[in-house]
Design a protein around this ligand. Structure first.
Ligand SMILES: CC(C)(COP(=O)(O)OP(=O)(O)OC[C@H]1O[C@@H](n2cnc3c(N)ncnc32)[C@H](O)[C@@H]1OP(=O)(O)O)[C@@H](O)C(=O)NCCC(=O)NCCS
Length: 314
């Protein structure tokens, strides 16, 4: 089997190359591929591999233990395959994935894929993989989006003494927002429908992650403050490889402040800003059972395709 192990920095370029062939309408730069691994708890199982034959790149895979347990309970993999060779290489590729899971002493193997290849999905089914989670990707046409419809909702939120600010503004005020955001997002994560219970990365790793964020990125991270407490959060991210597209990251509201229009106001604020800056499309994804998915559809987002998570006990 011509698989070759590479480092986290070496996987970025080949993974991005195969990803962009598979998802030409959702291009990712090598740097964007790398950022998705920054949330892996330091010291956890993490391996990156490429499969090559005659100088041709066939497969790129990143396998990791998202929960940071020793030995890992489950191994999760992101992978991309050369479409032309997919049919012939799938069984061998999955032999490789499953032997990697056994070697790591993982009890199950999970993978993310899209619903675009019916052949791949029927292969997974025949190999004993079960669908664990469905996450529709949705997009909003920003030119058609009318932010004025949310002005009253935002005004009534602000009248209740809550403030909508960016974390860059909190920096300017000398407020150490990182531990406040750490606590707020942990509450959100625990309430998000997902296939497996969430895990919390250590605060010092979280702090290092956010200290790497540039000033421009911090100006796209919006929070709702109730005095010194973060009670709402939503963030925009420029899509490096797709000019005109912004992605919205994690959004949510503290349990104590739900159903008061906090997330609606935050989303309307960020989408208005994206429109003013000339972006044409906003993209997001949510578990199909998350109220946020329906809320996004109400905002005008339209379904594009689904990310699917499959799992098999090894
Ligand atoms: C889902 C979530 C973000 C909603 O935030 P919120 O600030 O309470 O939402 P809003 O007050 O702006 O709600 C707007 C509308 O969305 C719908 N909605 C919101 N929460 C809902 C729920 N739990 N069940 C059903 N509908 C809901 C309603 O139509 C609501 O309008 P209404 O209150 O007038 O009926 C919040 O429950 C949350 O933070 N959950 C955990 C984190 C999460 O899953 N985030 C999204 C994925 S990143």
């Amino acid at each position: 089997m011509p698989f070759r192990q590479v480092s986290r920095s070496e996987i970025q370029e080949p993974f991005s190359r195969l990803w962009n062939l598979e998802y030409p309408d959702d291009l990712r730069s090598p740097n964007e591929i790398e950022t998705s691994y920054r949330g892996i708890i330091e010291g956890s199982f993490e391996e990156h591999w490429v499969e090559e034959e005659g100088g041709r790149l066939l497969t790129a895979v990143s396998a990791y233990d998202w929960h940071g347990t020793t030995p890992p309970e489950r191994i999760t993999a992101d992978f991309c395959l050369d479409a032309e060779h997919e049919k012939s290489t799938l069984p061998e590729t999955f032999d490789f994935f499953e032997s990697l899971t056994r070697r790591a002493q993982g009890k199950s193997f999970c993978l993310w894929t899209s619903d675009r290849s019916a052949d791949r999905l029927s292969f997974l089914d025949s190999r004993g993989y079960r669908l664990k989670q469905t996450v529709p990707v949705t997009r909003l046409d920003l030119q058609a989006f009318d932010p004025s419809q949310f002005e009253d909702r935002i005004a009534s939120l602000l009248a209740s003494k809550l403030r909508i600010v960016t974390v860059a503004e909190l920096d300017d005020d000398g407020f150490d927002w990182i531990p406040a955001l750490y606590d707020a997002t942990w509450e959100l994560l625990q309430d998000m429908p997902q296939a497996h219970p969430p895990r919390q990365i250590p605060l010092d790793q979280y702090r290092r992650l956010f200290e790497q964020r540039t000033e421009a990125e911090r100006r796209l991270m919006f929070v709702v403050m109730d005095e010194d407490r973060i009670v709402g959060y939503s963030r925009l991210e420029e899509a490096g490889a797709m000019p005109g597209l912004v992605r919205t990251g994690m959004s949510g509201t503290a349990r104590s402040h739900r159903r008061r229009g906090v997330v609606t106001s935050l989303k309307a604020t960020t989408l208005k800003l994206a429109k003013e800056r000339g972006y044409t499309l906003a993209q997001t994804d949510n578990d199909v059972t998350n109220p946020m998915y329906q809320l996004n559809l109400q905002l005008g987002f339209k379904n594009c395709w689904n990310w699917l998570m499959y799992e098999r006990t090894i």
